[in-house]
Design a protein around this ligand. Structure first.
Ligand SMILES: C[C@@](CO)(OP(=O)(O)O)[C@H](O)COP(=O)(O)OP(=O)(O)OC[C@H]1O[C@@H](n2ccc(N)nc2=O)[C@H](O)[C@@H]1O
Ligand SMILES: Nc1ncnc2c1ncn2[C@@H]1O[C@H](COP(=O)(O)OP(=O)(O)O)[C@@H](O)[C@H]1O
Length: 287
């Protein structure tokens, strides 16, 4: 009997709030992040191979197709730990912009962990998958759960939250890729304007859209907006065009705007397309 293919959706995330508390001795930073998934997604298709190897291909978007690919790393991690003697072919339909602050690679890795857990009958819980995900990257644990969460530690400790108030999200990505490591390297940890993480968590709990907008904050803007003036320009443009709240996601360069009313999303989308050709109108996925 032919073995079943497994297909898993891998959604992008945005950071509604991103604070850095300190630099750790291991080089990572201690963070407090409120993250939520949006309905811009890659799709991971896993096909069993009789031969004992991992192969990977991707359609759309430029990603490494070897051991550097985070989905490949996810497969290798499970394969080695559980002594799996069969192989897998991983196909990634890439829709999330790469190196954009949207955790595309981390979400692909999380989807591969979940899909292979099913395909290889490992019966690992989400907590157990998230624990393994943290070995691949700081954002992978969150991506295993998806939805909305407060992430602490270097990003791997996850407290799930209820869905934020329903709203539209416009994502605008200028044509540059940002290195997360470089942004963290240039961050002045002792001189930051800290967002109020607890207030953002409250705003989400209360499903208070105006409060979510007023509490948006990301300390990594202090680096990326100076490094890439075009990111600052997109932010200013989105505010001017009438988004209810605007922030850079993760280490950037993607800027997102939040909107309560669909009519305004369309207007701002049209206004942005004039000088930024990668703009996406999506919904918050919530829980
Ligand atoms: C900044 C965030 C916010 O969600 O997102 P992106 O902009 O990448 O989407 C993440 O924390 C990114 O997570 P992720 O992309 O998984 O990072 P990792 O591979 O673990 O780390 C890449 C590099 O960033 C730095 N790093 C990352 C996380 C952290 N808490 N402190 C750090 O200093 C380290 O230099 C590390 O070598
Ligand atoms: N499956 C993947 N999808 C996207 N990028 C990947 C993947 N695997 C590895 N990468 C690498 O990870 C880096 C970060 O990519 P990505 O996860 O898209 O961005 P970010 O960390 O900004 O959210 C890029 O340099 C990319 O080459």
């Amino acid at each position: 009997m032919e073995k079943r293919k497994v297909s898993v959706k891998a959604p992008a995330k945005i950071n509604l709030s991103l604070d850095v508390l300190s630099k750790r001795p291991d080089g990572y930073h201690e963070v407090e992040m409120v993250m939520t998934t949006v309905d811009l997604a890659d799709r991971i298709e896993l096909t069993p191979l009789e031969e004992n190897k991992i192969t990977i291909e991707s359609s759309g978007g430029f990603v490494p197709l070897d051991g550097r690919n985070l989905a490949y790393q996810a497969a290798l991690l499970l394969k080695e730990e559980f002594h799996i003697k069969e192989g897998v072919h991983i196909h990634i339909s890439k829709h999330i912009p790469v190196a954009a602050g949207l955790a595309g690679g981390s979400s692909d890795a999380a989807a591969a962990l979940k899909g292979l857990n099913e395909m290889w009958g490992l019966n690992l819980s989400l907590d157990e998958l998230a624990e393994r995900g943290a070995k691949i990257g700081s954002d992978v644990s969150f991506c295993v759960y998806g939805g909305t969460a407060l992430a602490t530690g270097r990003g791997e400790f996850i407290q799930l939250l209820n869905a934020p108030p329903p709203c539209w999200v416009l994502l605008a990505k200028p044509p540059i890729g940002v290195s997360t490591a470089e942004v963290y390297r240039n961050l002045k940890v002792d001189n930051l304007e800290h967002p109020d993480t607890a207030a953002m968590v409250d705003a989400i709990k209360q499903k208070d859209f105006s409060k979510v907008c007023s509490q948006l904050g990301n300390v990594l803007e202090s680096v990326t907006l100076n490094m890439y003036p075009e990111v600052r320009q997109i932010k200013e443009q989105m505010i001017r065009l009438g988004a209810d709240g605007v922030l850079m996601s993760g280490s950037g360069p993607t800027v997102f705007g939040l909107f309560q009313h669909e009519s305004r999303v369309q207007r701002v989308y049209n206004g942005l397309r004039g000088f930024c050709n990668e703009v996406y109108a999506v919904r918050i996925l919530g829980e």
